[in-house]
Design a binder for this molecule. Structure first.
Ligand SMILES: CC(=O)SCCNC(=O)CCNC(=O)[C@H](O)C(C)(C)COP(=O)(O)OP(=O)(O)OC[C@H]1O[C@@H](n2cnc3c(N)ncnc32)[C@H](O)[C@@H]1OP(=O)(O)O
Ligand SMILES: CC(C)C(=O)C(=O)O
Length: 501
């Protein structure tokens, strides 16, 4: 099986994304993580571009021992000299020289003819080769270059001593078949290309960065350039985690894999996200919060029966401890039952059915139902109190310019409904007065406590009350996303307990 080299450019191209700048100590933290991840090459920066970039290439070169450290340079001596100086203490230094080869870039940006570009490639690569042995040459905007001229440029770089030639899709313009054809064309038409590494560096402007990289590997590329979380210039670079897991998961198809310690992927992604302050979309492949989460009943049932039905890789392989069964409005009984069993509840079929109906009801009220919600819901049922009274409906008005009023309807065991209206010192007091008028028993509220049992704006509120009547004190509990309703449910629950006794 071939090994595809992973060249990480999070610290160079990644940092070119607006808002993703990192300071020196943050760059060192990322570089250390990249070393743990076992990337083959870390592009630490563009040494000539600023004293800060020089310092970070220099410090990364001093700190990291197990990956090659690269510094980017234009095809000019002062850039190459700066890279060389910054890389001096690297165990394995690489000078990375780039020059554009597309008609557009040559004419308008570089203002060079094809022959001048070839001369610059020859001179800069052979100059750098005298300083270090490991030289990468990138033909910037290769995918929009004339194929024959690109082949001449690549040949020139190899003859001058390049050990890696990189074929970037600089503006994310290519489609996978085009990248495949381009690599295949170069392999066929450039003498000596099989003795060096062919690299690709694909941007994501059309969302094809990873697909283009993987297609290039299929055609014979032996190095892929990428960034953690796909950060980079404009729409970003191809994402490391997606490329690595695509190659790993489909390694038999490519007869190739990488050296990456895939179990460090999740940690690397979170670390970068924390450092640059850019959160990861939940649906992001491999590292998004939903990448190994299942909410819908049919999928949950499938995964519980056999994980592979809906998972093509294991969460453990990317450094997670487990997949996630999210209980929500699309969940089914299998996952609900499984979840309750994990919490220690062994419900009969009837109990499970009843709890499931309430759970679905709650899902319609709340955007996300948490494990706390479910536990609270089942714990409340487990108390099994005979319902002498049931809260049927209520309207409560309150405000700072009116006295609170409550209109409450309770249903008794026979199904008869009783309605009462009461005023109160606040909405809960009004509601409790109306309830007392219906149940017609002496009640004393000794304690009232409210807790949020789950998180977020639509969290479930749990109200716990201590109520006394004729020498007996009981605790009542109520649960709802509406705290006034939770308060009434708690009071009625306490009343039912008193009546049951
Ligand atoms: C595709 C990529 O990602 S390439 C890397 C892009 N990254 C960056 O540009 C970030 C770091 N860059 C910088 O800090 C600055 O651009 C510097 C320090 C490198 C250069 O700054 P300046 O000297 O002010 O030049 P400026 O950036 O305005 O223009 C670029 C110059 O480099 C030339 N140039 C561009 N690419 C190359 C190249 N590969 N080889 C030689 N010259 C080049 C341009 O023609 C232009 O030359 P000119 O000044 O003679 O017109
Ligand atoms: C310097 C090269 C590799 C680059 O970043 C690009 O072409 O996008």
């Amino acid at each position: 099986m071939k090994t595809i080299k992973i060249f990480d450019t999070t610290l160079r191209d990644g940092e070119q994304s607006p808002g993703c700048s990192m300071n020196l100590s943050e760059k060192i933290e990322i570089a250390r993580q990249l070393e743990l991840l076992k990337v083959d090459v870390i592009e630490a920066g563009f040494a000539v571009s600023s004293p800060g970039d020089f310092k970070s290439v220099e410090t990364v070169a001093k700190t990291i021992k197990n990956s090659t450290i690269a510094s980017l340079s234009r095809a000019v001596q002062k850039d190459i000299d700066a890279s060389y100086e910054a890389l001096k203490s690297a165990v394995s230094p690489r000078i990375h020289i780039f020059l554009a080869t597309s008609p557009l870039h040559m004419e308008y940006k570089l203002k060079m003819t094809e022959e001048q570009v070839l001369t610059h490639i020859r001179e800069s690569v052979s100059y750098a080769k005298k300083l270090v042995s490991d030289i990468e040459f990138s033909a910037e905007d290769a995918s929009r270059s004339d194929k024959e001229f690109l082949a001449r440029a690549v040949r020139t770089a190899i003859e001058a001593g390049a050990t890696t030639v990189n074929i970037p899709d600089t503006v994310g313009y290519a489609l996978p078949q085009e990248m495949y054809d381009l690599i295949a064309y170069l392999k066929k038409n450039v003498e000596g290309i099989d003795d060096i590494d062919i690299s690709v560096h694909c941007h994501d402007d059309l969302g094809m960065g990873v697909a283009n990289s993987v297609a290039s590997v299929g055609a014979g590329a032996t190095q892929v350039e990428c960034t953690i979380n796909g950060i980079g210039e404009r729409a970003g670079n191809a994402s490391l985690e997606e490329i690595v897991m695509a190659l790993h998961t489909r390694r038999n198809l490519f007869d190739a894999d990488t050296n990456i310690n895939t179990r460090q992927i999740y940690r690397s992604s979170r670390l970068l996200s924390k450092i640059i302050g850019v959160s990861i979309p939940p649906n992001k492949a491999i590292v998004g919060a939903n990448a190994f989460a299942h909410e819908s009943g049919i999928h949950q049932h499938g995964v519980l029966a056999k994980r592979e039905t809906y998972e093509i890789m294991t969460p453990e392989s990317v450094g997670l401890t487990t997949n996630k069964m999210v209980l929500g409005k699309h969940s089914g009984r299998h996952a609900f039952d499984d979840f309750l069993k994990e919490l220690g509840y062994n419900l009969s079929k009837e109990e499970l059915d009843a709890a499931f109906v309430e759970f679905k009801d709650l899902c319609d009220k709340k955007k996300e139902v948490t494990e706390y919600d479910v536990e609270a819901l089942v714990a409340q049922k487990a108390a099994k109190v005979v319902e002498h009274f049931r809260l049927k409906q209520f309207v409560v008005n309150s405000g700072n310019t009116i006295q609170a009023t409550a209109n409450i309807t309770l249903e008794d065991m026979s199904g008869a409904e009783q309605e009462q209206v009461a005023l109160g010192d606040g909405p809960i007091d009004a509601a409790y007065q109306a309830i007392e008028n219906i149940v017609k028993m002496p009640l004393q509220l000794n304690n009232y406590k409210i807790n949020a049992v789950s998180h977020g704006e639509d969290a479930l509120g749990e109200v716990v009350v201590k109520v006394s009547s004729e020498g007996r004190t009981v605790t009542g509990r109520g649960l709802s996303t509406d705290i006034i309703e939770a308060s009434m449910l708690a009071y009625v629950n306490a009343i039912n307990k008193l009546l049951g006794a």
